[in-house]
Structure formats: structure tokens, C-alpha cells
Write a protein that binds this ligand. Structure first.
Ligand SMILES: [Zn+2]
Length: 373
């Protein structure tokens, strides 16, 4: 994706354009920011800008050979490293990112804002431990030691640089004494987990979450949701483009209604309705239940804020959700909300550890009943 096409964060994009225009690009950059903030796309857009043969006032042209090859991840001067698992027929210690390039290209197209879990799921390896190994570091040194093939720069992107572990020390010399045409862009969700020695030699650029207004625009362009649902999704995704994509594919969100229904059901505990609810919810699968519970956490956070301040205006909730919140104050106070929220948090953890869904939902409904009563 070209930098100018990435939603929001105009300050960061303007800064990156500026350092390229003024020829002040540091040799080692660490892009740091939360999951789903589009750091890999920013790194790729920035690489296209650096290599573009026909830069425009708006940024990279997007159509020259360099732009096109960079965006397809086939530019010979663009090198990528990322966590991998063992590949068939290869030894684990010999497997590097190069062995997974075809898979990575299709991954980036399918999940432009995907995270490491999405990547491992794409490889059908979500139960495996991925890393960036010693052989990868040797390859990085070798690649960057070569002359450029056709670009102005040799660019090395390291996605999830915190997975370098201590092997990353092999890259120190490269970062300390880089050749003029070498640029290393490391990416991490958590800069404190990147080796100190590496981090201290990089210019750290913090990538903030996508702003609500930009997120709303992105959602409106990408999905056909009602205005109310677009607003709900923008608040719920909190600047995380991955999450917005995950939830945006639904026809309608309906989460607030479902949450209220569940609480009503838990209050009454009608056996027949409970079985129907549990079957319906469990039938939607793990991910969908986690999405729903995460919505619940978002909702309770705002609801607690409302209980504390009594001001509905500042809440990141839609007008329907605010009405629900006002109704709820009659039955759910501060302490009950906190207890239910803790149950939701626990449930997410347990679902990720693969507990039986129906039994879990049934137990939670009864627990919520005893909290409400
Ligand atoms: Zn171009």
C-alpha cells in the first residue's frame, strides 16, 4: 500500500515524506506501535517512496517499476525477514523467510493488517512456535553486503524484530557501520522486547492508533454497514485496522442488543431460552464468541465510565448503546459490572485455551445470574 493510502496518522506520514524529500533518512528505523496499526504497510509504503523512480508531490507514484515491484514484494533490493516455522524437508535451523516468500506475499494481500497469529494461521501452523533464527541473521548480513541491483537503496524490513532474540546482536555491526545505501526498518508491537543493543541504535518512530475519523472513513469505504454500526465499529476497534476488518465483514453488528439479551436471560434463567442461546452462540465458533466478549469488555469499560461521571456525551458508544446504558443503571451497579467484566476476561482466556464452548457459556450465564441477583 502506498503511504498516502494508509488510513489516518497524517503526522507520521508527513514526517516520513519529509525525511525522504530532505534526504535525511536514518539507516536504522524501529517502527513501534500496537497490533493492527498497519506498521508493515507503513514500512512497505515507505520503501516504495524511497525506491520510486517518479516521486510526486503526494508521494510515491505507485505505477513505476520500482513502486510496483516493492508493493508486490518482488523488488530485488527489498529484503524481508519475519518469524517462520520449520518448512517441510528443511531442517528448522536452515529454514528462513526466503523459504516462505510466496506464502508471505499472499498473506500480505489477504491480511494487509494481519498479525503474527494470522500469519501462522495462514501457514496452518498456529500451534507452532515461530522465530527469526541465526541463519536468517547471516542472510541479512549477506544481502546487505551486496551491491544494489536496481534500486537507490537496499532495504531490509524485519517484521516482529522482537523475535530476533539474542541472534540480533549479529546485526550490530551492520547497524553501526552501514553503507550509504542501506536502510533497515524493524517493526515491533513492543519496543521494550527488542534487544536493547539494537533498539538504542535505531531511530524509534511511534505509530499511533488510527484516529476515529480516519477509521470511520476506512469502514465506510470498505463495508456496507448502517451508520450506527459504522460508528459502533469505529469505537470498538480503537484504532486497530485488523480488528475493524475482522468485524466489518459482518452484515450487522448487533452486539449491544445481544449483550443486553444475554444479561436479561441470565437474570431470568429460563432453561429453554438458555439452551437456545448457548447452542446459537456456540455454533458461531470460537473467534466470533471472542469478538462478542471483547465487545462486552469495551461496553463495560464505557459503562463504568458513565457510572463514574454520569456524563453520556464523552462515551465511545453510539446513541442506541447509550440508551441501553441508561436502562442498565437500574439493575447493574459498579461492583456487579466489575464482576461480570472479570468473567468476560476469564472466558476469553479460557476460549483461547480451547475449553468446551457450550459448557462455558452455560456456567457463565448461571454465574452472571448469581451476580445480578
Ligand atoms: Zn513510483
Amino acid at each position: 500500500m502506498l503511504l498516502q493510502d494508509i488510513p489516518g496518522r497524517e503526522d507520521v506520514k508527513a514526517y516520513l515524506h519529509k525525511i525522504v524529500a530532505e534526504d535525511r533518512v536514518p539507516h536504522a528505523i524501529l517502527l513501534s506501535g500496537g497490533e493492527g496499526y498497519g506498521k508493515l504497510q507503513i514500512a512497505l509504503g515507505f520503501s516504495a517512496l524511497l525506491q520510486c523512480q517518479d516521486r510526486q508531490p503526494t508521494g510515491a507514484c505507485g505505477v513505476c517499476g520500482s513502486c510496483s515491484k516493492t508493493l508486490q514484494l518482488i523488488h530485488p533490493d527489498l529484503h524481508l525477514a519475519f518469524p517462520v516455522v520449520k518448512k517441510d524437508k528443511l531442517k528448522r535451523e536452515d529454514t528462513t523467510a526466503k523459504d516462505f516468500m510466496a506464502e508471505f506475499r499472499s498473506f500480505v494481500v489477504e491480511h494487509p493488517y494481519g498479525d503474527l497469529n494470522d500469519w501462522l494461521t495462514h501457514l496452518n501452523a498456529s500451534d507452532k512456535q515461530a522465530n527469526i533464527n541465526k541463519t536468517e541473521c547471516s542472510k541479512i548480513l549477506k544481502n546487505l553486503g551486496l551491491k544494489t541491483y536496481e534500486g537507490r537503496y537496499k532495504i531490509q524490513i524485519i517484521w516482529y524484530a522482537d523475535y530476533l532474540e539474542k541472534e540480533g546482536n549479529r546485526l550490530l555491526k551492520l547497524i553501526e557501520e552501514p553503507s550509504d545505501d542501506t536502510i533497515i526498518i524493524m517493526i515491533t508491537n513492543n519496543s521494550t522486547r527488542v534487544l536493547n543493543t539494537l533498539r538504542s541504535r535505531c531511530q524509534i518512530i511511534s505509530i499511533p492508533p488510527t484516529e476515529d475519523a480516519a477509521m470511520l472513513e476506512f469502514i465506510a469505504e470498505s463495508y456496507s454497514l448502517s451508520e450506527e454500526d459504522r460508528q459502533e465499529l469505529a469505537f470498538l476497534s480503537s484504532g486497530n485496522l485488523r480488528k475493524a476488518q475482522l468485524l466489518g465483514q459482518r452484515q450487522e453488528l448487533n452486539y449491544s442488543e445481544e449483550l443486553l439479551n444475554w444479561l436479561r436471560l441470565a437474570y431470568k434463567v429460563n432453561a429453554q431460552q438458555m439452551v437456545a442461546f448457548t447452542n446459537d452462540m456456540a455454533g458461531r465458533g470460537k473467534q466470533e464468541i471472542v469478538n462478542f466478549l471483547e465487545y462486552g469488555l469495551h461496553y463495560f469499560r464505557e459503562y463504568l465510565l458513565y457510572l463514574n461521571t454520569g456524563e453520556p456525551d464523552k462515551l465511545r458508544l453510539t446513541s442506541t448503546e447509550k440508551k441501553v446504558a441508561m436502562e442498565m443503571t437500574k439493575i447493574i451497579d459498579h461492583s456487579k459490572t466489575e464482576q461480570i467484566r472479570d468473567l468476560f476476561e476469564l472466558s476469553i482466556k479460557q476460549i483461547k485455551r480451547n475449553v468446551a464452548l457450550k459448557a462455558l457459556l452455560m456456567t457463565r450465564t448461571l454465574q452472571i445470574n448469581s451476580i445480578l441477583r
